[in-house]
Every structure is written in C-alpha cells, then in structure tokens.
Ligand binder design. Structure first.
Ligand SMILES: C[S@@+](CC[C@H](N)C(=O)[O-])C[C@H]1O[C@@H](n2cnc3c(N)ncnc32)[C@H](O)[C@@H]1O
Length: 229
C-alpha cells in the first residue's frame, strides 16, 4: 500500500476519501479552483486557456473535476489508487510525487493542499521544478495562519517554525481526527533552493502562490543567482 499524506488506518483513509468526495460534490458550485485560475489569468504570465495542468496530490478529484470543467486537460497524480479511482476525465498517474518523472513539462504544475508546508518538502519542489514548463501554482498555510491557526486544536510548537496540531473532520454523523506537523517555511528562500521563484501571491492572505522556474546557467546548471560566472 503506498504511503499517504499522513499515517492513518485504511478505515479512516476510506472515510476521509468518502468525506472528501462528498465535500467535493458540495463544493462544485464554490469554484475555488476557478477563482484561483482567474486571478492567475490576470497576470502577464497568464495560465493559457485550455493549458494542460499537472496536479500533484489530486486526492479524489475535488479540484481536478473543476479544472476539467474549465476546459483544462489534467494529469492527476496521487500515491493512493483508491483516491484516483474517484476521478473521471483526467489522465491518472499513481506515484509518489517525489519520485515522479514523466519526462515532459507542463504549462501549469499545481501543488495544492499545503503539501509545501511539510517539514521537508524539498523533493516535492524538485518534482515541481522537473515538470515545470510554465508556472507552478502552490497552495500553502501562510504565515498569518501559523500565528493564529484556525480550524485545529491541541496546537503545539515543537521546534522553530514547526506547528503540530489535530484537526477533526466531520461528515454527517462521522467524525475522525488527523494529527499533523507543518512548517512555516520562508517560501521565497525555499523555492530558490529548488530552482523556483515566487512571481506573485494570488490571494490577499498569500495562501496561493504563483511561482516560475528560475533560469539555469547552461554551463554549470545552477540558477542564475548561484552561478559564479
Ligand atoms: C489532503 S489530500 C487533498 C487532495 C486534493 N488536492 C484536494 O484539495 O482535494 C492530499 C492528497 O495528496 C496525496 N499525497 C500526499 N502525499 C503524496 C505524495 N508524496 N505523493 C503522491 N501523493 C501524495 C494523498 O494521497 C492525498 O490524496
């Protein structure tokens, strides 16, 4: 069984999947992805209409289905086949993001669901960079959330920049809990280390970030800022 985003039993994972799918149905009119893409579209480096999107950590397709409805071909990647089973209309790839190498680049790479807030997200970002042929859209917990984390309980700060907490998910009569640890990274610095650069924040709370690949020196392959030449 592939590793999932947090350790959880098969039973709670299936519940989470059910909940997410049901929430996805409820969210269909909420057009969160639509709003984000429209903002990105205002930008000079607009997401071209109909651009193919590589969605990393697609889950059960909550955002995927919105993107497809907007006319984007989507390649949906998730390490859990039970999640991918729920998706219709996308190319499905069951793989760990860190090890993914599709051998091609995409005009849009999407890394949602705060995966970038993992304590060590370097391999995730390397995968974004490897597949980036245009922009990389990232959803994160912004610094303001770390100062005042909403929707979670039992918050502790186990180390510099780290926040551990528990979140309760309730769907109908069923509630289950998830423990997690996230880090408040200095995003511009982190992205720079992985060959990406913040282009602009797409939302006022700086939750959605539009980033672009940094150009690499053709000689040493380092990003322009690190190249000694
Ligand atoms: C919180 S869910 C969110 C799904 C979707 N992005 C959404 O917003 O509805 C995160 C998903 O990422 C997947 N995931 C987490 N870490 C992954 C990894 N390293 N490689 C591939 N998939 C991963 C999990 O299996 C899960 O389906």
């Amino acid at each position: 069984m592939p590793r999932c985003c947090v350790d959880r039993s098969a039973v709670s994972l299936v519940r989470w999947d059910d909940g997410h799918t049901r929430r996805g149905e409820r969210l269909r009119g909420d057009v969160r992805a639509d709003a984000v893409l429209r903002r990105a579209g205002d930008h000079p480096r607009a997401i071209p209409a109909g651009a193919e999107i590589l969605e990393l950590g697609s889950g059960a397709g909550r955002v995927t289905h919105e993107l497809i409805a907007l006319g984007h071909p989507v390649v949906a990647v998730d390490s859990d086949p039970r999640m991918l089973d729920r998706i219709r209309g996308a190319e499905l790839v069951c793989a760990r993001i860190e090890e993914l190498d599709l051998g091609r680049r995409f005009p849009v790479v999407l890394l949602g669901s705060h995966l970038v807030n993992r304590p060590e997200p370097g391999a995730l970002l390397d995968s974004c960079r490897r597949h980036a042929g245009g922009v990389v859209l990232i959803e994160r917990h912004p610094p303001s959330w770390f100062a005042d984390p909403a929707g979670v309980r039992d918050v502790t700060r186990p180390g510099p920049g780290l926040l551990a907490a528990t979140v309760d998910h309730t769907i109908g009569a069923t509630t289950w809990t998830e423990d997690f640890v996230v880090r408040d990274h200095d995003l511009p610095v982190l992205l720079e280390e992985h060959g990406l650069a913040v282009e602009r924040y797409l939302t006022e709370d700086e939750r959605w970030v539009l980033s672009v690949p940094r150009q690499r020196c053709p000689g040493c392959r380092r990003t322009a800022r690190r190249c000694p030449a």
